[in-house]
Write a protein that binds this ligand. Structure first.
Ligand code: SAH
Length: 227
């Protein structure tokens, strides 16, 4: 091989980005994320800006990663499975509990009319809000709050997504769902494998579907005071 050969075959950065994206979407599909709208939204939202520090090189791996405040950005395939289970409609008002990095909220912002996202860590909320501003995702409102109580001022919601595990679906969240509304959340003990469930509010009560085993950080009480 001549000295010049490797240079000539080095892919343009655009090609490697396209290839990485294709691989990312292929992995999502192979892990059960098949809903076309979900895949399109996940193609649009680059996970890179939501992964900071020395884990940035792993942004396109299908793995959870550490973020500030000892929290984690979820595994992309789990984000995809939760998003498709939520069956978001274009006119929906959605509440997410557990902003974390903001990645999940950014995906929801492409699928819904309005997204409210809350986290008990004010610092995570302000970091995520800054990314939403930079990406011009103007239909997301990020607030520091204890999400166990929902967001009474903006209720009711068409869809609620909880990205931290509670032992049972919190009562205030069930109350803040519209009739026909859907909530997806992990339930179970925080130190064990939890179940992802979907709750649908009906005229006669709630329907429950068990979806898959997952593992999330626990839903904790109260606001954190991180500077
Ligand atoms: N959806 C996030 C990942 C969430 S990690 C993403 O896309 O990156 C779970 C988050 O839930 C953490 O940031 C944690 O601070 C938050 N959390 C835990 N208990 C909470 C509560 N009661 N109210 C609001 N947020 C809570």
């Amino acid at each position: 091989m001549s000295d010049h050969a490797p240079k000539e075959t080095t892919p343009e950065p655009e090609d490697s980005t396209a290839e990485r994206k294709m691989q990312f979407l292929f992995t999502l599909r192979s892990r059960g994320v098949t809903d076309a709208r979900t895949l399109t939204a996940m193609e649009k939202v680059d996970r890179g800006p939501f992964v900071r520090g020395h884990f940035a090189g792993h942004a396109y791996d299908d793995t959870p990663l550490p973020i500030s405040c000892g929290q984690t950005i979820s595994q992309p395939s789990v984000v995809g499975l939760m998003t498709q289970a939520l069956k978001v409609e274009p006119r929906d008002k959605v509440l997410e509990i557990g902003t974390g990095s903001g990645y999940q909220a950014a995906i929801l912002s492409y699928l819904a009319r309005r997204v409210y996202t809350v986290d008990r860590h004010p610092r995570l909320v302000s970091e995520a809000a800054e990314i939403f501003r930079k990406l011009d995702l103007t239909n997301i409102t990020a607030l520091a709050a204890d999400g166990s109580f929902g967001l009474p001022d903006q209720a009711p919601f068409d869809r609620i997504l909880v990205t931290a595990a509670a032992e049972d679906p919190p009562g205030p969240l069930l109350a803040q769902l519209k009739m026909g509304g859907i909530m997806v959340l992990p339930v179970g003990q925080s130190d064990a494998v939890q179940s992802l469930i979907r709750v649908t509010k009906t005229e006669t009560g709630f329907d429950y579907d068990e979806l898959s085993p997952v593992r999330f950080v626990p839903l904790l009480e109260g606001l954190e005071r991180d500077e």
